[in-house]
Ligand binder design. Structure first.
Ligand SMILES: Nc1nc2c(ncn2[C@@H]2O[C@@H]3COP(=O)(O)O[C@H]4[C@@H](O)[C@H](n5cnc6c(=O)[nH]c(N)nc65)O[C@@H]4COP(=O)(O)O[C@H]3[C@H]2O)c(=O)[nH]1
Length: 677
């Protein structure tokens, strides 16, 4: 748009003007004419006579012209438009007046001012520190968070403050000059290079600041400073948690594998190291009996003892449950590893005192040597685990080095263990019943429940193979309970007072709920207590006999009969007869087998039967297969007989048939021929 122009002479009369002047000021016709005085003009164009905000002044255009001879710039509002009026004194005492419509410019200026206000507010309120330096490394601006972060005095936050002054201040404010803060190295380095940089730096007071530095086009730079102390700590915590066991604070499997991989790949000069896999013996029982809180304390106490056994260069991890692993960094000879293993066995074998409760456990250890037994973390771990398996089957609380020959047998056993776990869930078990007859009348007085496993691939698996494994793994506890409940239910349908005998494993006696399980099996099935007989071996009384005896008394008090199985095979069968009033003694089949050949066996059977009769205890001869054996056990006075001669263990359906006939079984013609299972 065209500019309005007007020239006034020294008497302030119009000398030159253009039409645009009148239009912009909305002057009435004739108000701006050649020769018209400024006073008259101001009278006809009111805005010229009114006071206006101008430069830092508040006076009217006319007053200024009449009283001063300096440049005057005014922005005047004319019917909603903004008009800029510039009055410039000229040499002869006159004035050159220019006039522009600056409405559009004024709106831009206003937007700009608004935007600046918003920008200031954002800067002041942003949580991160921000600073901007020019190419000479002089401060252009910084926000409040930046000042707070570095505790800068106000004097150092003014525009123009050189960077070095801030650096000097931070170096000397409470910090020894020699301890130059890393922050400044990052900033200065990036500033000198003119490059972008983002880095976490640790201040002298421990705070971690993330500095992001970006160069600007004019050679300066802008940087944000964020206090990331909390998030860095949280990240470190999460990282720690991902690699450690929360209960004991020890490294976990993940961290162990990483460490092992590193150790094994950096091994130099034929260095040998040993990996020891540890598994606590009887931990599960302690945990089940004493509760998980005590179990946790026990694991912590175990961790302390294990740590105390370590030498420099050894490290320990917990894989979970009661499994630990120790890396023995320098096993030049097997002796150092076996000495360490022995120390560990001894330390864990000593009684623990957990909140006043004495707890006795042990540890079994498998050892593999790297590189002899493997040179990757997985192979060494696997082989140490195989050796551990062997140590456990050798009787626990011992250690064992890996040998390649172990692998096949143990893999097979491990497969069986996996199958056994699945078998419980998959209903692959069945109970067979073997008759027990009265030695005189040959009437069936009861049946012994004997477990059978129908393996989906291997067919029928003998209990001699899977019961020891179930005992080792603790699976005998749920399995034994299943047998007890099933046998009670089956027997409840048998006629008269035919009894059922169920084998109980020592492990079942460690469970505090055994008595309750017996009561509930009887209640659920409706079987009378006197028709249930529980068979135990002397091993039940070998460990913690007081608790076992108390449980036995409790169960016998219900009316359940208690039989001592495999009598004569242990060392203390006789002494246990004094400890508990057994209802029955089952003479082990090894004595019956040799009755004809060995005088000793005959003497033992006779002695046991006599003892039984004087104590009023039934004696059962086990494993009677021939007429000859039958005659002899009868001669000696055995009261009951069990063996293939009268029947092998049979499925339930056959038992029911046999009982229906209810007649004493007629011995076969070839009675003297042993009947093979
Ligand atoms: N050669 C020969 N053997 C005879 C004769 N009469 C009986 N037997 C066998 O002798 C074993 C007697 O059972 P056990 O001594 O309690 O010995 C049992 C018992 O200790 C254990 N077992 C079986 N079922 C269970 C169970 O449910 N729980 C527990 N804890 N153990 C069980 O497995 C062992 C072996 O059981 P089975 O193989 O069924 O073997 C049974 C039976 O089949 C005979 O005349 N000649």
């Amino acid at each position: 748009m065209q500019q309005g122009v007007m020239l006034l002479d020294a008497d302030l009369r119009v000398v030159i003007f253009n039409d645009q002047m009148g239009k912009l000021l909305q002057a009435p016709k004739g108000a701006i004419e050649f020769g018209v005085s400024a006073t008259r003009m101001a009278a006809q164009i009111p805005i010229l006579g009114q006071s206006q905000q101008a430069d830092n002044n508040q006076e009217s255009w006319l007053t200024h012209l009449l009283t001063r001879s300096t440049l005057l710039r005014q922005e005047i509002s004319v019917s909603g438009r903004i008009v800029s009026l510039t009055s410039t004194p000229v040499d002869d005492g006159g004035w050159l007046i220019g006039c522009d419509d600056i409405s559009a410019l004024a709106s831009i200026k206003k937007d700009l001012a608004d935007q600046n206000r918003r920008f200031d507010a954002a800067l002041a309120n942003m949580p991160h520190g921000l600073c901007m330096f020019d190419a000479e490394k002089k401060l252009l601006l910084c926000n409040a968070a930046y000042c707070r972060l570095y505790e800068l005095p106000e004097s150092l936050t003014r525009p123009g403050t050189p960077l070095w002054q801030i650096l000097d201040y931070r170096q000397t404010a409470g910090n020894a000059p020699a301890q130059r803060e890393a922050y400044f190295d990052v900033v200065v380095e990036a500033a000198l290079k003119g490059s972008a940089a983002s880095e976490n730096v640790v201040l002298m007071d421990g705070r971690v600041i993330k500095i992001t530095h970006n160069p600007m086009d004019n050679g300066g730079y802008v940087a944000t400073h964020e206090d990331v102390t909390e998030s860095v700590r949280a990240e470190e915590q999460i990282k720690h948690m991902a690699g450690h066991d929360p209960l004991t604070g020890l490294p976990n499997r993940t961290l162990l594998r990483d460490k092992l991989e590193k150790e094994l790949s950096f091994r130099s000069g034929g260095k040998r190291s040993a990996l020891l896999c540890l598994d606590l013996d009887h931990f599960k029982e302690a945990n089940d009996t004493l509760g998980h809180a005590v179990g946790d304390l026990l694991l912590k106490a175990v961790t302390d003892r294990l740590k105390n056994c370590l030498a420099e260069g050894d490290s320990i991890a917990r894989l979970g449950g009661d499994e630990f692993v120790i890396f023995h960094g320098d096993a030049r000879t097997n002796e150092t590893a076996s000495a360490l293993a022995q120390r560990l066995v001894d330390a864990i074998g000593e009684m623990f005192d957990i909140e006043g409760q004495p707890v006795h456990i042990g540890v079994s250890i498998g050892i593999a040597i790297a590189p002899d037994d493997g040179d990757t973390a997985d192979s060494v771990l696997r082989n140490a685990d195989t050796a551990l398996y062997k140590a456990k089957s050798n009787g626990r609380s011992t250690y064992c080095f890996f040998e390649p020959a172990m692998d096949a047998g143990i893999q097979q056993r491990r497969k069986l263990e996996i199958d056994l776990r699945q078998a419980i869930a998959g209903n692959q078990f069945e109970i067979y019943y073997q008759p027990q007859v009265n030695a005189g009348t040959e009437e069936i007085v009861g049946f012994e429940a004997l477990l059978r496993w129908h393996h989906p691939e291997r067919g029928l698996v003998s209990p001699a193979e899977f019961i020891p494994l179930a005992e080792e793994t603790g699976l005998i506890v749920p399995l034994g309970e299943w047998v007890l409940r099933r046998a009670c239910k089956d027997a409840a349908n048998w006629p008269g007072d035919v009894r059922v005998a169920v084998n109980l494993s020592p492990l079942q006696f460690r469970s505090p709920s055994l008595t309750h399980i017996v009561i509930s099996a009887l209640a659920d099935s409706g079987l009378s207590a006197f028709r249930l007989e529980l068979e135990i071996t002397e091993s039940v009384l070998l460990t913690d006999s007081e608790t076992a005896l108390a449980t036995l008394h409790h169960i016998r008090g219900l009316g359940v009969r208690i039989a001592m199985d495999d009598f004569g095979t242990g060392y203390s069968s006789l002494s246990y007869l004094r400890l508990f009033p057994f209802d029955k003694i089952k003479i082990d089949q090894s004595f019956i087998r040799e009755l004809g050949e060995s005088k000793d066996c005959a003497a033992i059977v006779k002695a046991v039967v006599d003892l039984g009769s004087s104590l009023g205890i039934t004696t059962t001869a086990e494993g009677v297969e021939t007429t000859n054996q039958l005659d002899r056990v009868r001669e000696h006075g055995c009261t009951e007989i069990q063996g293939y001669f009268f029947g092998k263990p049979l499925p339930l359906s056959h038992v029911e048939k046999l009982l229906l006939e209810r007649s004493p079984p007629s011995p076969a013609d070839h009675r003297d021929e042993p009947v093979r299972p």
